[in-house]
Design a protein around this ligand. Structure first.
Ligand code: ATP
Ligand code: MG
Length: 743
């Protein structure tokens, strides 16, 4: 332990680069400190410098400082920045996200909560699979409570540090009469059995083990002499309790945050934690920073004017010595395609003036908005990356929907068919799929063809057979809809009749509405292509481009994931009522929902260093229907002095023919079949092809399921057989072999 006076004076270089308030926050190493300050005031910089200061003055070693960042990326950046400040890399950090740090601690003491140290951390897919396994025994109606919704309820409890035994009767009453809570118990039991935990558990187990083992808690309380936390406004209750527990020893806890940037209320973050800080840590120093170093005057003025419309805020002023710069541009455009085109042109112009692409970001409110930009970027050849989520065509629901279309277009597309054969659930399980594969191999046919044949036999149980027969009939009908039906209409029919749309409509999880929006956006995308083949070709090419070019790239991301970041130029498209503020936030959470949306707008504007461009369109196309859009109320709330409204008459009001958009794609000419065909002719040579004519009527054969029997009729790939034990059945010829060869 090093309690000796500072090994270095408090006049180091890094301190001279700070303003008074920042320096005060860095030097106030002892005791609880809350830095409550607006965007771009150097909170993160304070935290980094403080960390370096504690290290260089010998107050603590890296292993004695616990530093919490909001993302793993931020943790890496912080390590790099400190290595630079110190002129050497540092090992032995406890620096990372809440989850990463909690996982590390839990690994050391796993057995105290009944886990082994090598426990698995489940991802969302695993979690859902686990809930699905438990649903049948839970008496829950899985129409009302699909796995995702159940999981959502469990996760909200975990956000609030409620283990199953802590959930009060009042809490669970509206959740299926306590059935969800019972499932929560079962879910936790199951996790222990399989030596696994989910993300929420990482913190919850920490709380449990530190709460129940005083010596362990005390050792960490001694170890962590200094605790530092970035983006504190978005900590949830479990995270807050964890910090409070670990800070008990030295009480040197420094949290930095901005109540105006709290945007994770829907995920359990509590701004109240900021207010609670002074109560829980009496005598805490509260430091406010007011000078913004990031943005020009107009950008800051616009953002401050906007956020002033929120009532529930602690309130603060921000100023900058930076020049006024360009006003925030507000632009009206005709539709989403125009918007993408206009922003694409701006980006090209910026590039011509020497702007790096890496300094440019487009920040959207909803994931579906990305699609038009991605396509525009591809057309223009602008390298881009999507941060914090999959690209549009990589999303689960889009891949599912595209898989349906691939089968309609090309029934032999086995991968596509297998993907959706039981999505939505229609009782076609893995066993059936294995049987289908076997049949397909035996007949050198596609899965789809094998399915069509097998449903005319007795190979499958009657329920599965009915279900599979109805699916293959549907596909044949959709294929027959042909040219008379427009593409967009066809997708609508396929997704509705297959039950795929219905599956997400019935889904109560928080991400289901977003997925439905993406599906609607898919319909809009298809309408831009003359035919289905052209569209599918486009999709496979878009996916192909995905692989890496790590060079200079523009960034496309949601407003939520942009927190803490900064860019020279920020584009903020889609500022329309219903989209931003998002209708769902208003419907579900009223005024508080609106205020969270406004904070999101504030986060967006304050990411910009030199330029922020807001845009809205007059027409949004949703589900291939044009909707007249109203400019967002946030646009009216921007103070006019900081805003320049640009109406470009040549763009605004110009209608766009769909065909024109479609003609832009340079990829139409390439063939579709190549990418999608799964089986080249002749490459199945090793597999014997069994057709019914290989068996004469009267031949004695063996079938794996039904045993021995005599062939009574043969037709195509099917045989009628009179089995010794099972009676008369129709079976696939590929599933039998001559009796004399059966061993
Ligand atoms: P946010 O609320 O968006 O997370 P923040 O308060 O964490 O913002 P930082 O990211 O730390 O702000 O700083 C914003 C920008 O201002 C950074 O580019 C940072 O390097 C710069 N900056 C901060 N303080 C100073 C200073 N004293 N002198 C010069 N530049 C500074
Ligand atoms: Mg920051």
């Amino acid at each position: 332990m090093n309690d000796s006076p500072a090994a270095m004076p408090d006049t180091a270089d890094y301190l001279t680069e700070l303003n008074d308030g920042q320096r005060q926050a860095v030097l106030a190493t002892e005791g609880p400190v809350l830095v409550l300050a607006g965007a771009g005031t150097g909170k993160t910089r304070v935290l980094t410098t403080r960390l370096a200061h504690i290290l260089t003055t010998g107050r603590a070693g890296p292993g004695q400082i616990l530093a919490v960042t909001f993302t793993n990326k931020a943790a890496r950046e912080m390590k790099d920045r400190i290595a630079m400040l110190l002129g050497r890399p540092v090992e032995g950090w406890w620096l990372g996200t809440f989850h990463a740090l909690a996982a590390r601690l839990l690994r050391r003491h796993a057995e105290l909560v009944g886990l082994k140290p090598n426990f698995t951390i489940l991802d969302t897919d695993d979690q859902i699979r686990l809930v699905k396994q438990l649903l049948p025994g839970s008496r829950l109606d899985d129409k009302k409570w699909p796995a995702r919704a159940v999981l959502g309820a469990i996760e909200r409890w975990k956000d609030r540090a409620l283990t199953p035994d802590r959930v009060t009767p009042a809490e669970q009453a509206h959740l299926a009469d306590g059935a969800i809570l019972r499932l929560y118990h079962a879910y936790q039991d199951r996790l222990l059995t399989v030596n696994a935990c989910d993300f929420g558990d990482l913190l919850l187990h920490n709380l449990t083990l530190l709460g129940a083992n005083a010596e362990v808690a005390a050792s960490y309380q001694r170890q962590f002499r200094y605790i530092l936390v970035d983006e504190y406004q978005d900590a949830n209750v479990a995270q807050y309790l964890w910090l409070r527990l670990l800070a008990q020893g030295h009480r040197n806890l420094c949290c930095v945050g901005d109540d105006d940037q709290s945007i994770y209320g829907w995920r359990g973050a509590e701004v109240g934690n900021i207010l609670r800080f002074e109560n829980d840590f009496p005598g805490a120093q509260v430091i406010r920073l007011e000078r913004n170093y990031r943005s020009t005057g107009h950008i800051l003025g616009a953002a401050s004017g906007l956020i002033a419309h929120n009532r529930g805020r602690l309130g603060k002023t921000l100023w900058t010595e930076d020049e006024e710069g360009d006003k925030v541009k507000v632009r009206a455009l005709w539709d989403g395609q125009e918007e993408a085109r206009a922003i694409g042109e701006e980006i090209e112009a910026l590039q011509r003036h020497g702007q790096r692409l890496g300094g440019i970001a487009i920040l959207v409110r909803a994931g579906f908005q990305m699609r038009e930009f991605e396509e525009r970027f591809l057309t223009l050849g602008v390298p881009y990356r999507v941060v914090g989520g999959p690209r549009f065509y990589e999303r689960q629901e889009i891949r599912d929907a595209v898989a349906y279309l691939r089968v309609v277009h090309q029934p032999d597309d086995d991968l596509a068919f297998e993907r959706i054969i039981n999505t939505p659930r229609r009782g076609i399980g893995d066993t059936t799929v294995r049987v289908l594969h076997q049949a397909a191999r035996g007949q050198r046919a596609s899965l789809f063809e094998a399915a069509r044949r097998i449903v005319e036999t007795d190979e499958l149980g009657s329920a599965v057979r009915r279900s599979l027969a109805s699916l293959t009939r549907d596909f044949v009908r959709w294929q027959g809809l042909g040219a008379d039906t427009g593409n967009a209409e066809l997708v609508g029919i396929v997704l509705d009749e297959s039950g795929y749309t219905g599956m997400w409509q019935a889904d109560k999880s928080p991400d289901a509405p977003g997925r439905l929006e993406n599906l609607k956006e898919l319909v809009a995308a298809i309408a831009e292509f003359p035919d289905l083949g052209g569209f599918l070709e486009h999709v496979s090419l878009v996916l192909e481009v995905t692989e890496g070019d790590p060079g200079d790239m523009a960034t496309l991301m949601t407003l939520h994931s942009a927190k803490g970041l900064e860019f020279d130029v920020v584009f903020l498209p889609g500022w329309e009522e219903g989209l931003f503020p998002h209708k769902r936030a208003l419907d579900e959470s009223g005024v508080s929902g609106l205020e969270e949306e406004r904070r999101l707008a504030y986060v967006g504007l304050t990411r910009a260093r030199r330029r922020a461009d807001v845009s809205f369109v007059a027409n949004r196309r949703l589900y291939n229907q044009w909707q007249v859009a109203m400019p967002s109320r946030f646009i009216d709330e921007l103070p006019p002095a900081h805003v320049e409204v640009e109406k470009n008459p040549s763009q605004f009001g110009r209608t766009q023919g769909l065909a024109e958009g479609a003609a832009v794609w340079p990829i139409q000419a390439r063939s579709v079949a190549g990418g999608l065909r799964r089986r080249a002719p002749g490459d199945t040579g090793a597999i014997a092809v069994a057709e019914a004519q290989d068996y004469a009527v009267g031949a004695r054969v063996f079938h794996v399921k039904f045993g021995y029997g005599l062939v009574t009729a043969a037709e195509g790939s099917k045989l009628d057989i009179d089995f010794d034990k099972a009676g008369t059945k129709k079976v696939m010829a590929s599933f039998v072999q001559p009796a004399d060869r059966a061993g």
